[in-house]
Design a protein around this ligand. Structure first.
Ligand SMILES: [Zn+2]
Ligand SMILES: [Zn+2]
Length: 192
């Protein structure tokens, strides 16, 4: 059976709101490096007003995730929304991001990742971008079926706050990487 070699092999990056163009470029590069897939950027969709909860004055990340497939190209294997708004998930007061476990879509926001005086970014990398990259890799990791990792250095370790985000590295520990490669091969083969 002959398969279309490009179908289902890209990560689609969907900017929603005020996200710096140079951050999006760095993010795309980090995604490409970690997942070994080409990254395509869509047009900026603006802030997702449909997800705004008027009482909380925050945006429901699950509503955003549900809408992403209508925005990104149909052939995208994974879709990552990137925004600057305050995200919440019904059981949490806020989230850095959220993902469909072993699904197709994830979203991350810069809102809760802004620099604090104790931040400890990698040399040459501003704390906000550093954290954004890690949380983006983390959420996409979930879409590939990876769960939280007990290794505090691993990008799949759970970030309780920005300190945890600063503590971990922007890549997978050896066991998460093995699992990722396995899932990656399976997802691409199945055309997800
Ligand atoms: Zn997580
Ligand atoms: Zn790990």
């Amino acid at each position: 059976m002959k398969r279309n070699s490009t179908r289902g092999r890209i990560i689609s990056l969907v900017p929603m709101g005020a996200v710096r163009a140079d951050y999006l470029r760095s993010l795309a590069e980090a995604m490409r490096e970690q997942f070994g897939l080409p990254v395509e950027l869509t047009a900026n969709q603006g802030r997702p007003v449909y997800a705004l909860d008027a009482k909380r004055k925050q945006y429901n990340s699950q509503l955003i995730i549900r809408k992403l497939p209508q925005i990104a190209p149909a052939y995208a294997l994974k879709i990552l929304g990137v925004t600057d708004i305050d995200l919440f998930s019904p059981i949490f007061s806020y989230v850095f991001g959220e993902a469909q476990f072993h699904g197709r879509c994830a979203v991350v926001s810069t809102f809760r990742l802004h620099p604090n005086p104790e931040s400890n970014p990698r040399p040459g990398c501003p704390p906000l971008l550093d954290r954004l990259e890690k949380e983006a890799i983390h959420e996409l990791g979930h879409t590939f079926g990876l769960r939280h990792c007990p290794d505090p250095d691993c990008v799949m370790s759970y970030s309780v706050g920005v300190d945890c985000a600063d503590r971990k590295f922007p890549y997978f520990c050896p066991s998460c990487r093995d699992l990722l490669l396995w899932h990656l091969a399976t997802d691409i083969f199945l055309g997800a």
